[in-house]
Design a protein around this ligand. Structure first.
Ligand SMILES: Cc1cc2nc3c(=O)[nH]c(=O)nc-3n(C[C@H](O)[C@H](O)[C@H](O)COP(=O)(O)O)c2cc1C
Length: 164
């Protein structure tokens, strides 16, 4: 089976997961902006990864227009993995029937564009204002401050197993 990992990453977290997956499956990982539809048609399986923005998987619409065969999708966001979040992403991105995997990335404020940074700053401020912070809120604040991220190579195991 000829397969490829295609990805769109703003600050590197999705790129890292894409590279880990490609290494594990011994195939190539390529940025979405460098991939053309006629090239993609050579692959019998396409694994696509995009970062999460307001629960939308970035680049997915563009990728779908290239008619990829046997599509598998993963997305990388700052939220902790949970089945409720995955359900929402599947619904909002019309991923029913398409195998989907969610991985946790992190936040690199300094590498974001102005508008994106402002949006995250607003979320950060509202978390800071909360009087009773949950463990998840505290974790999020650490991510916003660049003190931690959720990158974990073990997270790709379920996707890799599915592909093999
Ligand atoms: C404007 C904006 C909206 C975001 N919305 C979400 C979201 O809805 N859910 C989530 O988990 N992460 C969200 N994130 C966080 C990114 O998905 C996260 O930082 C991810 O690791 C970025 O991956 P990248 O390094 O490949 O760009 C958002 C980030 C930005 C800048």
């Amino acid at each position: 089976m000829k397969r490829i990992v295609v990805y769109q990453s703003g600050t590197g977290f999705t790129a890292q997961y894409a590279k880990w997956i490609a290494e594990s499956l011994q195939c190539e990982a390529k940025e979405l902006k460098k991939v053309k539809a006629n090239e993609l048609s050579q692959y019998s399986r396409v694994i696509y990864g995009g970062y999460l923005m307001a629960n939308m998987v970035s680049g997915l619409d563009k990728l779908k227009k290239m008619n990829p065969k046997d599509l598998i999708v993963f997305s990388v966001g700052m939220s902790s993995p949970d089945s409720g979040l995955e359900k929402k992403i599947i619904e909002q991105n019309q991923l029913k029937g398409i195998p989907f995997f969610y991985f946790q990335g992190g936040v690199k404020m300094k590498e974001l564009g102005f508008l994106q940074r402002q949006m995250l700053k607003m979320i950060k401020k509202s978390l800071e204002k909360k009087e009773e912070k949950t463990a998840e809120d505290i974790k999020m604040l650490k991510m916003f401050n660049g003190e931690m991220d959720g990158l974990d190579v073990r997270a790709i195991e379920s996707l890799v197993r599915y592909c093999k």
